[in-house]
Ligand binder design. Structure first.
Ligand SMILES: O=C(O)CCC(=O)C(=O)O
Ligand SMILES: [Fe+2]
Length: 365
């Protein structure tokens, strides 16, 4: 028998502790969103008056031709303003993108007990974690999302430990994306006067993770969020979204763009990947590049999937604004810290916009 979802602890046990996820709850046939998922009014997403971002995707094949400098300028401009852009001709095969979306749907359609073996308390591998919401223990309202997270160390360990249902496509996705990540980061760092050799590159993107997010259909999308307002913690995120839409980014107040201060939707573009700047790149660039504040709406008609690759420094890495930039700016806007301390602060708090950066802020930020 389905538990009573009006009772908070019975809901928490079913969805979070027993690993049924939001998907398991929706499959019991609920007709309205339980109280635990109702967001405070200021976090609810009103779809009706949101604009769509009207920026053409950047064609990365042009990086290798005579337009190289022009493309670098487009990438830099996007990183300095919105912290979000889309790319095409990125080197990841289009049929792989289709397989990834199918694989995510298939994985989340598995019976709960097949997914629940990867809950963090019991997972057979520290590389793999299945869960729901972001930090359910700390959240006032839960997020309408289940996920599987696969950390990368090397190909052999990925093939050994990642769930058999997703490992091949997830690993191909990661491996075919890395060249693009290196090119993008090389261009962004080059613009700051910093040349990256292979080992320096590894300092900033040494840690890699592939996630699959699943947002089940929701009876009251106007009351919930798929993911609450946040910026990503790491260096660069590569994101595959499906055709459903619902990814919003906040246009900062202080940039020269239309829709300042508003949430704009990043429209799905077939074959494109979304790139977003994470907190580490904002800090390394001493605030020139902006980590993007974003969030995800739910829908009542179809379940949505998205598949991000998160790149970041290794936990033991010391991070601080790059000296070349601090010298030019005359001031360091962030202090030095060890990345694992930033991670603990990030995962120790519910999503709250760009508050994550306060951990590293100095008075001059
Ligand atoms: O589902 C999406 O489009 C975005 C997901 C996201 O922001 C995240 O996983 O950090
Ligand atoms: Fe994100």
């Amino acid at each position: 028998m389905a538990p009573s979802f009006d009772n908070e602890s019975s809901l928490f046990n079913f969805v979070v502790r027993d690993g049924n996820g939001v998907k398991g709850m929706v499959d019991t046939g609920i007709s309205k969103v339980p109280q635990a998922y109702i967001q405070p009014p200021k976090e609810q997403i009103d779809k009706r008056n949101a604009s769509k971002l009207d920026l053409p995707p950047i064609d990365l094949s042009r990086l290798d031709g005579p337009d190289h400098d022009g493309v670098v300028k487009e990438i830099v401009k996007a990183a300095e303003t919105l912290g979000f852009f889309q790319v095409i001709n990125h080197g990841v095969p289009i049929d792989l993108l289709e397989s990834l979306k199918d694989t995510a749907h298939n994985f989340f359609s598995l019976p709960a007990e097949r997914k629940a073996i990867y809950r963090k308390e019991v997972s057979p591998s520290p590389l793999v974690k299945y869960g729901t919401s972001f930090v359910p223990e700390k959240e006032k309202a839960l997020e309408w999302k289940d996920y599987i997270s696969m950390a990368y160390t090397n190909d052999a360990e990925a093939l050994q430990h990642w769930p058999v249902e997703c490992r091949d496509v997830a690993l191909q996705y990661l491996n075919t994306s890395l060249e693009m990540v290196r090119k993008l980061l090389g261009a962004l760092m080059g613009n700051l006067g910093v040349e990256l050799d292979d080992s320096k590159m590894d300092t900033y993107i040494g840690k890699k993770m592939v996630n699959m997010n699943f947002y089940p259909t929701c009876p009251n999308p106007e009351l919930t969020v798929g993911v609450g307002r946040h910026s990503d913690m790491g260096t660069l995120t590569i994101l595959l979204q499906d055709g459903i839409g619902g990814l919003y980014v906040n246009v900062p107040e202080d940039v020269d763009m239309e829709n300042r201060g508003e949430w704009v939707e990043i429209p799905p573009v077939p074959g494109a990947l979304v790139i977003n700047i994470g907190d580490m790149l904002q800090i390394l660039s001493n605030g020139r590049y902006k980590s993007a504040e974003h969030r995800v709406r739910t829908t009542s008609t179809k379940s949505r999937v998205s598949i991000p690759i998160f790149t970041s420094p290794q936990p033991t890495e010391k991070i601080a604004p790059l000296p070349q930039v601090v010298k030019k700016d005359g001031v360091a806007r962030y202090r030095e810290f060890v990345f694992s301390d930033y991670m603990n602060s990030f995962f120790g708090n519910a999503h709250d916009g760009k508050k994550s950066l306060e951990f590293a802020q100095t008075n001059s930020a």
